[in-house]
Design a protein around this ligand. Structure first.
Ligand code: ADP
Ligand code: MG
Length: 345
């Protein structure tokens, strides 16, 4: 008898697994599907002159959040914002959300209501209608959100549109979410250790970082601004897994390379202070931390001059695939950008 193979998921990793599933699912015969797996959202033919965008993202207790220091209202907000961010990452506008809830028996009605106050707040902020969902018992809290959005036909931005010579930009500071998580985890540790050194003032001192981790914003403001200026980036992705991973995704899909300057990566003063406190390299928070939900995009030099330079930071340029994905280090050396992000397995 042949044994059924048992390949640990950690052996192929999250993206290796998705590739295998993609191959297994195969091509659809549904002609209205314009793009399935492989970008921030799927793209299907919408009502005349529009493309419909579909995305889903789950937040799982113990994986994405620690119940001991996560206010439920903020968690609800984040669940919606993370999905709206994926729609923004297609240059689209989010419209509708459905929510599947998994609830352990240590959640009360009031707690679920707090979650929903946060989700409703995010829906109001982003112009999304929460139109349904599903509720089941679960071992840990699970918040699985699906959002549908739309973009004008021809204005959808894919990860795959970058071309050599394009400029690679990001919409704001990175690494803050990871810094905030470190601060929260450290205060939890101090509290667990007896509480003598627990200092809630630190949470105030690093409010930007703590806020970014607990309640990040989707950059719909940037997408709106592009629309007003009639600018369509050549490629677009949101930074959910860390800058390094997203640059690799964008370059892979675009069959390009890139060269960025480490010193160009925008870091908030608070992020720098947190990294100093922990003796870490702040750049690593930006490259490998994730959950900042900024937008990473490419534009031609010509388009760049039309953009408000207050609202973006130039990280580097897109190159030929054979040049690889490189980072210029502060000392003057250039090395390949390690492809690593948050890895689930
Ligand atoms: P993002 O970080 O933008 O949410 P992911 O890295 O989660 O994107 O997913 C990458 C792509 O793989 C997306 O197009 C997503 O729809 C697809 N994908 C992820 N997980 C699955 C799955 N279990 N089945 C089918 N497609 C998946
Ligand atoms: Mg994304």
């Amino acid at each position: 008898m042949t044994e059924t193979p048992f390949t640990p998921i950690s052996e192929v990793g999250e993206f290796g697994l998705i590739d295998r599933l993609d191959a297994l699912i195969g091509k659809t015969h549904n002609k209205r599907v314009l793009l399935g797996i492989g970008d921030d959202a799927a793209v299907v033919e919408g009502p005349s002159g529009s493309s419909q965008l579909i995305t889903t993202d789950a937040l799982i207790e113990g994986v994405h959040f620690d119940r001991t220091f996560t206010p439920l209202e903020m968690l609800g907000f984040k669940a919606i914002a993370a999905n709206v961010s994926d729609i923004a990452a297609m240059n689209g506008q989010a419209l509708y959300a459905v929510v599947a809830l998994g609830l352990p028996n240590n959640m009360s009605v009031e707690m679920v209501e707090a979650l929903y106050r946060g989700m409703t707040r995010a829906c109001d902020a982003y112009g999304v209608a929460l139109v349904g969902g599903d509720t089941t018992a679960a071992r840990v809290t699970v918040l699985s959100v699906t959002v549908i959005g739309e973009a004008r036909e021809g204005e959808v931005c894919f990860r795959s549109g970058a071309r050599p010579g394009d400029v690679l930009c990001v919409t704001g500071d990175l690494g803050a979410a990871y810094a905030g998580l470190k601060v929260l985890q450290e205060q939890k540790r101090l509290l667990d250790a007896g509480g003598d050194d627990f200092d809630p003032a630190v949470l105030q001192e690093f409010a930007h970082c703590v806020q970014r981790h607990l309640m990040p914003q989707a950059r719909v403001d940037v997408v709106r601004e592009w629309g007003l200026r009639r600018i369509v980036p050549s490629a677009l992705i949101d930074v959910s897994d860390g800058l390094a991973s997203e640059i690799h995704h964008l370059c892979n899909r675009s069959q390009c390379g890139a060269r960025i300057a480490s010193e160009a990566i925008p870091l908030d003063d608070q992020t720098l202070a947190v990294a100093r406190l922990f003796g870490d390299d702040p750049t690593s928070y930006a490259l490998y931390g994730g959950e900042d939900y900024q937008l990473l995009f490419t534009v031609s030099e010509d388009q760049l001059s039309l953009l408000d330079d207050q609202a973006l930071v130039v990280l580097g340029t897109i190159s030929e695939a054979r040049d690889g994905v490189m980072i210029d280090l502060p000392g003057g050396d250039t090395e390949p950008l390690v492809r690593q992000g948050f890895e689930h397995f």
